[in-house]
Write a new protein. Structure first.
Length: 134
């Protein structure tokens, strides 16, 4: 039995889905893997394990100048699903939905607020600096 070292976080996604884990975290990013797959996802950041769906949400391929990347979700088995590009931050809310900040301007330190409904992104507001969901 192989043991993965340097694990930052882990969860059975969806409560009883595959065991996914986040490891080798350094310089703001790490690697995602699943006990049910040989696939690994490198360069993942902002990792959020969904407790209500079989998915882990994250941002990948962050641009070092703009701070934005591609938001994706992965079920731990198949090819990851791309939510959208140009994402600066997100907060998973539940039922496959999330609040996101996209089209972020590093000079203004603000971006657009969007709502991901599991199918697409709807713009809600402009000049947003952060997301706080309680």
């Amino acid at each position: 039995v192989a043991v993965q070292m340097d694990v930052e976080d882990y969860a059975f996604i969806g409560g009883n889905g595959p065991l996914c884990y986040y490891y080798e975290y350094a310089n703001g990013a790490g690697t995602l893997a699943s006990a049910d797959s040989d696939r690994t996802i490198t360069g993942a950041t902002g990792v959020q394990f969904a407790e209500d769906t079989n998915a882990v949400y994250y941002i990948k391929d962050i641009d070092s100048k703009t701070g934005v990347g591609q938001m994706q979700h992965w079920n731990g088995k198949e090819e990851p699903v791309v939510v959208d590009g140009g994402i600066f931050a997100f907060q998973y809310k539940g039922n496959g939905k999330a609040a996101i900040i996209y089209d972020y301007d590093v000079t203004k330190q603000a971006g657009d607020l969007g709502y991901y409904d599991g199918k697409g992104v709807t713009k809600l507001d402009e000049d947003i600096t952060a997301i706080f969901i309680y």
